[in-house]
Write a protein that binds this ligand. Structure first.
Ligand SMILES: NC(=O)c1ccc[n+]([C@@H]2O[C@H](COP(=O)([O-])OP(=O)(O)OC[C@H]3O[C@@H](n4cnc5c(N)ncnc54)[C@H](O)[C@@H]3O)[C@@H](O)[C@H]2O)c1
Length: 417
C-alpha cells in the first residue's frame, strides 16, 4: 500500500476506465519488429505474446498500516485529486492484509497492522494462507507477487540461505538472517507463484530461493526497480564505453521527501540501496578490460531525505569524463523526476511478463527481465548485463524465441547481397 503500489493499481484502473494512457509501459505501448526490416511487421508486444489483460487483473497486498489503498494513495500524494476521485471506489475496496514485519529490519517504521506468531516460519505459513484465501475469494487462476515494500537493512548472504532445508530450519529458529521480505518470497514461491523484487533487499537473490523456484515451477526476478538516476546511468555509461571515452568520477546525489526517502535515512537501509546503485558502472565499464579508461573511478551515491519534495525526486549527477589525449570534460544531469510515476509501469510490465514466463514453463531467475532492475539477478558465475539497450534486445529476443520467430542480430548483410 505504499506510493509505488497504489500508483500502479490506480493507474491500471484509470487505463481500464480509458481516462489515462499507460505511458512508460513496454507491454502496453511497445512494439516488436519481426523478420526483416523490409517486411514491415511490427505488432504491439501485447498483441504478439499472450499477456494477461488489464481487465482480468485483481489486486491485493499487505501493509503494516491498516489504511485502504485509497487512503494510502491520498497520503502518498502522487496523484492529482481528479485522478484520485476517479479511482476512489476501486481503491477504497483494496484493504491490506496484516503484514509480516519486524522493526529491526526497517528501523524508521513501526506499525500495528502486523501478524503474530512464535516463529518466522509460523508467520510465513500465515502468508501462505492469505495467498490461498485471496486466490479463492477472487477466483484467480494465477497469481504474481511483486515486492513493493520498504527497503530493509543490508544483509549479507549467509549459510542459512544456501539450501531450502537450511532456510526452513532458520525460519523455525528465528534466525536474524531471515528478513520479513524473505518470508513473503518463500510463501509466494512455495505456493507456486511468480515473484519479483522491486527493492534491493536480498530476498530471492539467494541459492535457497532459486532452488525452491525450480522445485515449485516459479519464475523469479529482481532486484530493485531501475527507474530514475540508474536508468540514466545505464544509458550514459554505455555511450562513454562505446566511444572509448574515459571516466574519472561520477557523483550522484538525490533529494526526495516520500516515505521511501525517510526509510533510506537509516544507514542500514541506505547501505542496501547504495550497494544496488553502485554496481551498474563497474559492470558496464569493465575496468579490468579497459584499465587506462576506467581504473580510477570515484563513484559516489547519496540520498537525502528532504520532505518538501514529496515523491518528486531530484537526482543530480556530476560526471567527470576525459577524451582524446586525456583532456577532461564534465557532464551535469539534473533529473526532476517522479519516483512512483516512473516505477508504476515497471510494476505492471513485471507482473505481466513474470506471469507469461511462468506459463511458458520458464522457472527460476528470468534474466531477460534485467531491463527493469537496478541490480539484476543472474546465474552464479555470470556477470549481470546493465546496459539498457542490451537488456532491451535480450528481452525482445526472448519474446521472439518464445513465439518461434527469428532472433534479430542486427547483422543486416542480407539487404546488400
Ligand atoms: N522509483 C521508485 O519509486 C523506486 C525505484 C526503485 C525501488 N523502489 C523501491 O520500492 C519500494 C517501494 O517504494 P515506495 O516509494 O512505494 O515506498 P513507500 O514507503 O511508499 O511504501 C512501502 C510500503 O511498504 C510497507 N512495508 C514495509 N515493510 C513491510 C512489510 N514487511 N510488510 C508489508 N508492508 C511493509 C510500508 O508500510 C509502506 O507502506 C521501496 O523499497 C523502494 O526503495 C522504488
Amino acid at each position: 500500500m505504499g506510493a509505488v503500489s497504489t500508483t500502479f493499481m490506480a493507474g491500471v484502473e484509470l487505463v481500464r476506465q480509458k481516462k489515462a494512457v499507460p505511458v512508460g509501459s513496454l507491454t502496453q505501448m511497445g512494439t516488436i519488429r519481426l523478420g526483416k526490416r523490409t517486411e514491415g511487421r511490427s505488432p504491439k508486444i501485447k498483441d504478439f505474446v499472450k499477456l494477461a489483460k488489464l481487465e482480468d487483473m485483481v489486486f491485493g497486498g499487505w501493509d503494516i498500516f491498516p489504511d485502504s489503498s485509497y487512503e494510502a494513495a491520498a497520503k502518498a500524494g502522487v496523484l492529482d485529486p481528479h485522478h484520485l476521485a476517479a479511482v476512489k471506489p476501486f481503491l477504497s475496496k483494496i484493504k491490506p492484509m496484516t503484514a509480516a514485519f519486524d522493526h529491526e529490519y526497517v528501523k524508521m517504521l513501526d506499525g500495528k497492522h502486523v501478524k503474530k506468531g512464535k516463529t518466522k516460519y509460523d508467520i510465513a505459513l500465515q502468508l501462505k494462507d492469505d495467498i490461498a484465501n485471496f486466490k479463492k475469494k477472487h477466483g484467480c487462476s494465477r497469481l504474481v507477487m511483486l515486492w513493493c515494500g520498504s527497503t530493509e537493512v543490508f544483509l549479507q548472504p549467509h549459510d542459512v540461505h544456501s539450501t531450502p532445508e537450511k532456510l526452513e530450519e532458520a525460519m523455525k529458529a528465528n534466525h536474524p538472517a531471515i528478513a520479513p521480505s524473505m518470508l513473503y518470497a518463500w510463501a509466494a514461491i512455495t505456493s507456486g507463484m511468480a515473484y519479483g523484487n522491486g527493492a534491493p533487499n536480498l530476498s530471492v537473490d539467494i541459492p535457497a530461493m532459486q532452488e525452491l523456484a525450480h522445485r515449485h515451477g516459479a519464475a523469479i526476478g529482481g532486484k530493485d526497480f531501475k527507474t530514475g538516476q540508474t536508468l540514466i546511468k545505464t544509458v550514459l555509461a554505455p555511450a562513454f564505453k562505446a566511444r572509448m571515452l574515459g571516466l574519472n568520477g561520477w557523483f550522484s546525489t538525490n533529494i526526495l521527501g516520500n516515505r521511501d526517502g525517510e526509510v533510506l535515512e537509516d544507514p542500514g537501509s541506505f547501505k542496501t540501496k547504495e550497494e544496488s546503485k553502485l554496481g551498474a558502472l563497474e559492470f558496464i565499464l569493465q575496468p579490468h578490460l579497459y584499465p587506462e579508461l576506467y581504473k580510477r573511478i570515484h563513484h559516489k551515491v547519496r540520498i537525502n531525505y528532504y520532505p518538501p519534495r514529496g515523491d518528486n525526486k531530484e537526482g543530480w549527477d556530476n560526471i567527470d569524463i576525459f577524451g582524446w589525449l586525456g583532456y577532461p570534460m564534465q557532464i551535469k544531469v539534473d533529473f526532476l523526476c517522479r519516483d512512483s510515476i516512473l516505477a508504476a509501469p515497471i510494476v505492471l510490465d513485471l507482473v505481466l511478463f513474470l506471469d507469461l514466463a511462468q506459463r511458458a514453463g520458464m522457472r527460476g531467475i528470468q534474466e531477460w527481465l534485467s531491463f527493469y532492475f537496478k541490480s539484476p539477478m543472474t546465474a552464479p558465475k555470470l556477470y549481470p548485463e546493465h546496459d539498457l539497450f542490451i537488456q532491451l534486445m535480450k528481452l525482445k529476443n526472448t519474446l521472439r524465441w518464445m513465439m518461434g520467430e527469428d532472433l534479430i542480430t542486427h547483422l543486416g548483410q542480407e539487404y546488400y547481397d
